[in-house]
Design a protein around this ligand. Sequence first.
Ligand code: BTN
Length: 321
Amino acid sequence: MAEWPFAVLRALSDGKFHSGEAIAQSLGCSRTLIWQAVHTIETEFGLPVFSVRGQGYRLPQPMDWLDVAAIRADLSPGCSEDWTIAVADQVDSTNTQLLSRANSDGLHGLVLAAELQSAGRGRLGRRWQARLGDCLMFSLLWRFDRGLAELAGLSLAVGLALARVLRQLGAPVELKWPNDVLLGGCKMAGILIELSGDALGPAAVVIGIGINLREPQDVDQAVSALSSCGVEVSRNRLLALLLNELHGVLQTFNSQGFAPFADAWMALSAHQDQPVRLSFSHGEPIEGVARGVADNGALLVDTASGRQTFHVGEVSLRSLG
Ligand code: BTN
């Protein structure tokens, strides 16, 4: 049963030793079940559990669980009422969950954060994988008055909100078009925006965000984490700070679009005036020099055949520096 590993993890949250017998007693189950749960924690969740004869089980470090009350405690009074927050131990994908509600009863400002995702998704059909406790993963549902056609720069505005919060915490992050947050040139956070609605509006948007707090293992690209620049923050506080910032950014975007954010975005761009290569799902790559973004979030690149404009979609950007 999926609940037992989480129940055992909660019993071990303080990072101290607990005997199998004491845990079994407190949970009202057999010691065999505890043993099986520990096995699942190690093999499926990828978390080591120290086991010492005569002392019991212990986690390498205390667990900082997602907690609605702790998140709400750091929300600004001005936006607190607009967020409805839920946390889950394990879901397929927080984006998938909120998308299924976007067309029906899903509340504007609904937030779902998860400890684990069994089918976390990234852009361009990629997977998003994270070990329990190492990453802040959440999605939010936001309803815009504008239609889908006017939401092109949204992922950049969301990236800017993330960068502002992370920089305030002391992480010198930069932005990569269209929506990655980099630390030391490697990806630290990703954004997956999924839309539901009509071209002319209104639109329901699910914004999914994953931020590495500790370096993930077994991923196939160079990645970074908040801890690598010495920033220690609980996922609950980080989520609250992000919701405070996102609230203002999403409201401004709803009324004015991306234009008010363009200068701030370019000031944090990792590739401003740098040589880049753009790859497409079809066709040859294009090389040029990144020259910032237009008022709708499109990327401007000076190429051999003049200045070209690229829209958010099936484009990947690489530094040539
Ligand atoms: C990317 O960089 O390609 C986007 C990654 C987005 C990952 C987050 S984690 C929370 C939310 N749920 C998902 O399945 N994906 C997003």
